[in-house]
Design a protein around this ligand. Structure first.
Ligand SMILES: *[C@@H]1O[C@H](CO)[C@@H](O)[C@H](O)[C@H]1NC(C)=O
Ligand SMILES: *[C@@H]1O[C@H](CO)[C@@H](O)[C@H](O)[C@H]1NC(C)=O
Ligand SMILES: *[C@@H]1O[C@H](CO)[C@@H](O)[C@H](O)[C@H]1NC(C)=O
Ligand SMILES: *[C@@H]1O[C@H](CO)[C@@H](O)[C@H](O)[C@H]1NC(C)=O
Ligand SMILES: *[C@@H]1O[C@H](CO)[C@@H](O)[C@H](O)[C@H]1NC(C)=O
Ligand SMILES: *[C@@H]1O[C@H](CO)[C@@H](O)[C@H](O)[C@H]1NC(C)=O
Length: 430
């Protein structure tokens, strides 16, 4: 495959916005068509009168949702790593949708701490993602509001969310459903409190999460930083080898020590041997990607504590030119930013890569692949696996053809996010 042919795609230029709009429009059209041509699903609601909200419905009609402008949902500060925060944020949105309420712009956390509350460094949603863009892309699905829109701050119903092992997914869902009864209509704000890194359980299909993720567009200042990193990868690659393809491969390498301990435990517990991959295995599999045009630049995305590790750059086969943040000279650009923004930049660099290679047991990798898969579906691509698709992805922990990594796409029909993000080796490509 000639990667260079993709270099002019609008996806790779800083302005993602108009494409995103079109994508949403196309998704809506596709969903409406599905709804029209699959009438058997329309009787769904008739069979289950209790199920008046769009749980696990195989399609969405956006106009079904009428967020009442004057009714709000407030959620606790969202914490932990970028991916946990995105998942929790989507969950808050989907809860607001369930309650026909507008979600008050939540507070995210700029630092990685979770338990030490004083170090959480709250950062408002709109400092990371574009607020108005979110509302325009997610119109009819879910809406965000500013806290200043509340008219009566004492008209609040506060709900403490349950936790612990005995707080089952069914209890959790029941509690949320009860909130949607008329009884709570008089409250302007429903404020949910409690402490859980993901807010609460996963009650929604992958498609619903994906819809919310598609509305999250980084603020320009952050996406400009990602642009800088990406153009560095291309420039420095060209300086080193004039024959290099203008595209790049991003490899999300999970090889840091605490991950290795964690993944070996997972391997034992789940009796699955394909979770951990050594650096050598990753390098070998990337080399063997069927159809990868070489020479090509490799962007190595690693955890912070490996930034100084010089061995990351050695051992790559000829034709693969590895780059770390240090070699690109972008360490400073990252260090100026808090933890959350650093991850957001790295996520963007992986998302926009021509080829992405990650670990199917990593949430970061899984969300990148989900995003890439959704973008291909949005533009109407039928085939999702292999090097000749628009944005190919691979799982290096799973063995594919010719000793390469296995092609990877997200199964959008999965009924829960668990299946695609908390670790799995079902990656819907063969
Ligand atoms: C909802 O379903 C339960 C049992 O599944 C039933 O007892 C209840 O009456 C139903 N409520 C409504 C409003 O249909
Ligand atoms: C605000 O809400 C409280 C509690 O519902 C209510 O008692 C009070 O009258 C409201 N104030 C105004 C100005 O509506
Ligand atoms: C949400 O709004 C729709 C349309 O107005 C309505 O049919 C539905 O009953 C509402 N649900 C709740 C929980 O208020
Ligand atoms: C670039 O390609 C040409 C023709 O294939 C080859 O002769 C040359 O050695 C290559 N240069 C590098 C730096 O690989
Ligand atoms: C683990 O998997 C292997 C092969 O897949 C199987 O032979 C073995 O019985 C399994 N062990 C347990 C404890 O499930
Ligand atoms: C995707 O998920 C659905 C629902 O779990 C399942 O029926 C289907 O077989 C999966 N498709 C692939 C390709 O894994």
């Amino acid at each position: 495959m000639d990667l260079s042919k993709y270099k002019n795609l609008r996806f790779f230029v800083p302005n993602l916005n108009s494409l995103a709009c079109k994508c949403v429009a196309l998704t809506v059209i596709a969903l409406v068509l599905r709804a029209v041509f699959l009438p058997r699903f329309c009787s769904f609601r008739g069979i289950e009168p209790n199920n008046s909200f769009a749980f696990n419905k195989p399609f969405r009609i956006y106009s079904e949702f009428h967020s009442r402008n004057s009714k709000f949902l407030e959620v606790p500060q969202i914490v932990w790593g970028l991916n946990n925060q995105k998942i929790a944020l989507a969950r808050a949105c989907l809860t607001a949708r369930l309650l026909n309420r507008t979600l008050l712009m939540p507070s995210l956390s700029a630092s990685l701490f979770y338990k030490e509350i004083d170090k959480l460094e709250p950062i408002s949603f709109h400092k990371v993602f574009q607020f108005e863009k979110f509302n325009s892309l997610c119109k009819g699905f879910v809406q965000l509001a500013r806290h200043s829109e509340i008219s009566n701050r004492s008209n609040v119903f506060e709900l403490q969310k349950g936790t612990g092992r005995r707080w089952t997914i069914e209890k959790d869902l029941d509690q949320l459903r009860q909130l949607s009864s008329n009884h709570y209509d008089d409250y302007e704000v429903i404020r949910i409190t409690g402490k859980n890194p993901f807010l609460w359980h996963d009650h929604w299909p992958v498609e619903d999460y994906s819809t919310v993720f598609q509305c999250l567009v980084l603020v320009e200042d952050i996406s400009r930083q990602a642009d800088k990193v990406i153009s560095k990868i291309r420039q420095i690659g060209l300086q080193e080898n004039h024959n290099i393809s203008t595209g790049y491969v991003a490899v999300h390498m999970r090889i840091e020590e605490d991950w290795m301990i964690h993944c070996k435990k997972m391997q034992q517990r789940s009796n699955i041997s394909e979770i951990c991959s050594s650096k050598d295995e990753i390098m070998e599999r990337v080399t063997n990607i069927v159809g990868l045009k070489k020479p090509v630049a490799i962007y190595i995305a690693v955890a912070d504590n490996l930034l100084e590790d010089k061995t990351l750059l050695s051992g790559w086969n000829e034709g693969l030119l590895p780059f770390t943040k240090k070699k690109l000279g972008v360490v400073e650009l990252y260090e100026k930013q808090p933890y959350l923004i650093q991850s957001a930049i790295d996520y963007e660099v992986c998302l926009r890569s021509n080829v992405f290679v990650g670990n199917s047991f990593s949430t970061f990798s899984s969300l990148v692949v989900l995003d890439r898969t959704q973008k291909m579906i949005n533009i109407g691509v039928g085939k999702l696996c292999g090097i000749d698709v628009m944005w190919p992805s691979y799982a290096y922990n799973l063995l594919g053809k010719s000793k390469g990594p296995r092609p990877w796409a997200t199964n959008m029909s999965d009924s829960s996010l668990n299946a695609v993000s908390y670790g799995t080796n079902h990656i819907s490509c063969l």
